[in-house]
Design a protein around this ligand. Structure first.
Ligand SMILES: [Fe+2]
Length: 292
C-alpha cells in the first residue's frame, strides 16, 4: 500500500449522532476498503461455526495490506462483535492499529444487530456519521433494533440521511450510504426477511440526490451487486463465515473470508470487486442450522 499521505480533520467531537462530517483530505475519487461482520467474541480465538474469527479477520487484513491499489479509508459495516462484548472492540482497535497506522488509513465503524447498543459512545472517533471524501459524501446509518435481528431506520436515522442528501446536493458531491442491513432483496428468503423493514424510506430520501448514489451493507455474509432505480446496491462478504446465495433457509457457503474493494470515481461511477482469503484455510462447520 502507498505511504501515508492522509491527513484528516475531525470536525465532530463526542456527539455520536452529530451529522457534522469528518473531512478527509482526498481530491476527486475515493478508494475504499469495506470489511464487515467480523463477529469477534469475548476472547481471542472464539469461534463462529468452527472459524476462529480473530484469525480470519487478521488473514483478511493481511490480504488487504498486500492489495497494491492502496485505500484512502476503511469502513467496517457492523456485527463487529459476536455478542457485544467490549473486548471484541478492543481487539478490533488493536488489529487495526497495526494495519492502519503505517498507512495513516482512517477507519470508521457502524453497529450491527450483534453489537453493543452503546458502543458508538465508547468509540466516538470510529463511529462517525458523515465523512467528506473528495467528490463523495459518506453517511453512516444505524439500522439495528433492540432485541431484533432485522433492520429498521428510525426517524432520527432518516433525518440524518435527509441532511446528508441536502449536504451532498449543496456541495455537488455524490452520496455513499453505509449501513449494516441491506435495503434490497438479495435472493435468500431467510435473510431477506431481515432487510431494512422501511427500505422505501431510504430509497425515497436518496431519490432527491442530484448526483450518483450507492449503498453498501453487511449482515448477509455474501457479496451482491444490484442497481435499483439508478442506485447501486452492494453487500460485502464477512471476514469469517459466509452464507450461501439463493437459499430459502440458513446455509453456510464454503468460500473464503474477504473484503469489498470500492473505487468511487469523481463522475459518480463505482468500480468494485471482492478479494478473498483461500477458503481452505478457514473451513466452516456446515452441520449447524444457525449461528445465533
Ligand atoms: Fe447482522
Amino acid at each position: 500500500m502507498r505511504p501515508s499521505r492522509y491527513r484528516y480533520l475531525l470536525l465532530m467531537t463526542s456527539d455520536p449522532v452529530s451529522s457534522d462530517p469528518v473531512a478527509l483530505s482526498i481530491e476527486g475519487g475515493v478508494r475504499l476498503l469495506q470489511i464487515s461482520d467480523t463477529h469477534l467474541g469475548a476472547a481471542d480465538g472464539d469461534a463462529l461455526l468452527g472459524i476462529n474469527t480473530d484469525q480470519s479477520l487478521q488473514a483478511v487484513l493481511s490480504l488487504a495490506a498486500s492489495d497494491g491499489r492502496s485505500a484512502d479509508l476503511m469502513l467496517v459495516t457492523g456485527d463487529i462483535a459476536a455478542d457485544g462484548d467490549l473486548e471484541a472492540y478492543q481487539r478490533l482497535e488493536h488489529y487495526l492499529e497495526s494495519f492502519t497506522a503505517e498507512e495513516g488509513l482512517p477507519a470508521f465503524w457502524l453497529p450491527g444487530n450483534h453489537d453493543s447498543p452503546d458502543v458508538s459512545t465508547r468509540y466516538p472517533r470510529r463511529f462517525v456519521r458523515a465523512i467528506e471524501a473528495g467528490a463523495w459524501h459518506i453517511v453512516m446509518l444505524y439500522s439495528q433494533q433492540p432485541g431484533k435481528v432485522g433492520g429498521f431506520l428510525s426517524d432520527e436515522e432518516i433525518a440524518i440521511l435527509n441532511s446528508a442528501v441536502a449536504r451532498a446536493n449543496r456541495e455537488s458531491r455524490h452520496l455513499l450510504v453505509a449501513l449494516h442491513h441491506p435495503v434490497q432483496l438479495i435472493g435468500c428468503d431467510w435473510l431477506d426477511e431481515q432487510r431494512v423493514a422501511n427500505a422505501e424510506q431510504l430509497l425515497s430520501a436518496v431519490a432527491d440526490c442530484n448526483n450518483a448514489v450507492a449503498v453498501v451493507s453487511g449482515h448477509v455474509h455474501q457479496a451482491t451487486d444490484q442497481v435499483f432505480d439508478g442506485v447501486r446496491l452492494l453487500t460485502a462478504p464477512s471476514t469469517c463465515v459466509q452464507f450461501a446465495p439463493n437459499e430459502v433457509e440458513f446455509k453456510v457457503d464454503q468460500v473464503g473470508p474477504g473484503y469489498r474493494w470500492l473505487e468511487l470515481l469523481p463522475d459518480g461511477k463505482v468500480l468494485t470487486d471482492i478479494c478473498r482469503v483461500d477458503a481452505r484455510l478457514f473451513p466452516a462447520n456446515t452441520e449447524r442450522q444457525g449461528y445465533q
